[in-house]
Design a binder for this molecule. Structure first.
Ligand SMILES: [Zn+2]
Length: 309
């Protein structure tokens, strides 16, 4: 299952990483209701398939033993023993993993990162999530929270971030950032006519990353400029992370990756120019995810299956 801030998705996954059946529900706000939703989604799928284990990919910090959620900004759980509680209710083994970790695991087994030794996954959506495999093994840090890439400080005294810092990478490279950049550009170029200006005239908050991407696809110059800025910051941030981990492949996932044709080549160019020792070192391949929206779910299922061996 993929437990996100807006929806809870369940999928029946076979040993080859194929999703055979799915169920989806909106994410409830209370802890009890959230666990009820998980139990009920598994229950529904278990009437149609033989379910042998459950993996939960969670948008939050998971303990190293994969049993508890420490903190999840958009979910009700705080230091919650989720795996044991769900396991008792379903009478099935349950394992937890951070969603980006689960996604990189799935891309490594079944998708874009197959055969690589050092793989980095950057999930760009509302914010940035990161997953890292070193020598084919998940790197989770000493306490299970690595790699937290979205809040690397890229711009000194830059845009304020809800995390309390400013200039964080995800303030410049995410769906949210696309909207912010577009609104800033509109203010700076008041004469320029664009689809987005009509949008802003109605309500500034009605501009979303998705709308900016759609406008860029339709040839709107201001939206394309916002997209180019995202590409620059993506390349810049990747160069920074690559200096630390020297990955063989970088997999770009998340909702924004659906618009990759609008920014990925520019991001690669910027990455190539910015990285330390540019021109004198082998560079990571930068690709989009192959499993799309299912990556976290498939990775969580794969972990659950590993536990059954
Ligand atoms: Zn931040």
């Amino acid at each position: 299952m993929d437990i996100g801030g807006t929806s809870v998705r369940a999928g029946v996954v076979d040993r080859y990483g194929t999703v055979l059946d799915t169920a989806r529900a909106p994410t409830p706000t209370s802890e009890g209701a959230l666990e009820d939703a998980i139990v009920s989604a598994v229950g529904v799928l278990a009437t149609r398939h033989r379910v042998t284990g459950v993996g939960l990919a969670v948008a939050g910090f998971v303990t190293t033993d994969r049993r508890s959620v420490m903190f999840a900004p958009h979910l009700a759980w705080r230091n919650a023993a989720v795996a044991d509680r769900i396991s008792v209710r379903l009478d099935l083994p349950v394992v937890l993993e951070h969603d980006a970790n689960a996604a990189v695991l799935a891309e490594h087994r079944f998708g874009a990162a197959r055969g690589s030794r050092v793989a980095l996954l950057v999930a760009i959506g509302t914010g940035i999530g990161g997953g890292l495999l070193l020598d084919g093994t998940l790197f989770r840090g000493a306490f299970g929270v690595a790699p937290e890439l979205g809040h690397l400080s890229l711009v000194p005294s830059g845009r304020p971030c809800p995390c309390g810092k400013s200039g964080c990478w995800e303030r410049y490279c995410s769906g949210t950032a696309l909207a912010t950049t577009a609104v800033e550009l509109l203010a700076r170029h008041p004469g320029r006519s664009t689809v987005l200006r009509r949008e802003v005239a109605v309500d500034k908050r009605s501009v979303t990353g998705r709308k900016v991407a759609a406008a860029a696809r339709d040839g709107d110059p201001l939206a394309q400029r916002a997209m180019a800025e995202l590409a620059t910051w993506l390349g810049e941030g990747l160069a920074l992370v690559a200096d630390v981990y020297d990955p063989e492949i970088v997999v770009i996932a998340g909702g924004v990756s659906e618009s990759a044709p609008l920014f990925l080549d520019d991001a690669r160019d910027h990455y190539k120019r910015t990285i330390t020792g540019a021109g004198y070192r082998p560079l990571a391949r930068i690709r989009t995810a192959q499993l799309g929206d299912d990556a976290a779910l498939v990775g969580a299922a794969a972990l659950a299956a590993d536990g059954l061996r």
